[in-house]
Design a protein around this ligand. Structure first.
Ligand code: 6PG
Length: 243
C-alpha cells in the first residue's frame, strides 16, 4: 500500500481511538441522512470495534445518531447461527443494536446458518434491494487480523480475486471453515472506510500493510483502497510501534 495515500491516526490508546471512531460514525450518519435521507453502514465483528459499539450505545451518541434512518450491514460473518457466541451479528446485536433505537428491519444480517453459497447470494440481493445498483456504503468499519486479513478476506483465499460479486462465501484453510464476506470491489466503492487496529499483536501486520511491498494475496488489507472515497486507519501506539 502506498503509505503516502494512507491516512493514519495514531491515538494514545485503543480507548481514544474508539472515541474517534464513534465520533466519525455519528458524523457520517448525520451527514449521510442530511444528504441522502439514509445512512448505509457496514460493520465487522471481532474485538476491535467493541468499544466503539459501547460508546455509540451511550446517551451522548445514542441520542445524536439518526438510528431510524440507518441501514446496518455486516462486512462479514462466520458460518454459525445468529445466537452462537461466534456470530458477528450476535455480538453487534448485544453490544449495539439492542441498546439503540435502530428498527429491526434496518439490521441486515448475513445468514451464517444457511448454505454459504446461498447465504452470499441472498445477501447480495439484500444489498441490491436496500441500496439499489450503486451499493455505495457511506461508511465501512473494518478490523484487521494479525495475519493482515480484513472482513473475512484471508491471505491466499479465493474471495480476494472475486470479480462481479459483492458478497461471497470464502473457505478459510487455516480455520477449516467457511466465512461470508463483502468483496474488495464493494468495500472500495465506499465513501469512507475506517480500519481499526489495536495492540502490539497488530504491530507487524500494520507495518506489513503500510510499509511492505504490495501483495494483496499475502496482505489482504492492502487491497482496501477506496476508489473515490476516504480511507482512515485508526490505531493505537502499540499497533503503530513498528511503523
Ligand atoms: C471477524 C472480523 C475480522 C476482524 C479481524 C480483527 O469476524 O472476526 O470481521 O475481520 O475484524 O479478525 O479481529 P479483532 O478485532 O478481534 O482483532
Amino acid at each position: 500500500m502506498d503509505e503516502m495515500r494512507a491516512n493514519i491516526m495514531v491515538c494514545e490508546s485503543a480507548k481514544a481511538a474508539s472515541i474517534e471512531a464513534a465520533e466519525r460514525f455519528a458524523c457520517a450518519a448525520v451527514r449521510a441522512v442530511a444528504r441522502y435521507g439514509v445512512f448505509h453502514v457496514a460493520v465487522p465483528g471481532g474485538s476491535s470495534p467493541k468499544s466503539m459499539y459501547e460508546l455509540l450505545a451511550r446517551p451522548e451518541f445514542r441520542d445524536l445518531a439518526p438510528w431510524s434512518r440507518t441501514e446496518l450491514f455486516f462486512t462479514d460473518e462466520r458460518c454459525v447461527p445468529p445466537d452462537s457466541a461466534e456470530s458477528n451479528y450476535g455480538a453487534v446485536r448485544n453490544q449495539l443494536v439492542s441498546l439503540v433505537p435502530l428498527p429491526e428491519p434496518n439490521v441486515h444480517r448475513m445468514r451464517g446458518e444457511d448454505d454459504p453459497e446461498a447465504a452470499a447470494d441472498a445477501y447480495e440481493e439484500e444489498l441490491h434491494k436496500v441500496m439499489g445498483v450503486s451499493r455505495r456504503f457511506n461508511l465501512i468499519v473494518l478490523g484487521m487480523g494479525a495475519d493482515t486479513h480484513t472482513a473475512s478476506l484471508f491471505p491466499g483465499s479465493s474471495a480476494l480475486t472475486a470479480t462481479g460479486r459483492h458478497v461471497v462465501p470464502n473457505y478459510v484453510e487455516r480455520l477449516h471453515s467457511y466465512r461470508l464476506t463483502l468483496t474488495l470491489p464493494v468495500i472500495n466503492q465506499a465513501e469512507q472506510v475506517i480500519v481499526l487496529a489495536f495492540g502490539s499483536d497488530k504491530a507487524q501486520a500494520l507495518a506489513d500493510a503500510l510499509r511492505g511491498p504490495e501483495d494483496v494475496n499475502r496482505h489482504p488489507v492492502q487491497g482496501v483502497q477506496p476508489v473515490s472515497g476516504h480511507l482512515l486507519w485508526l490505531v493505537d501506539r502499540e499497533a503503530a510501534s513498528k511503523l
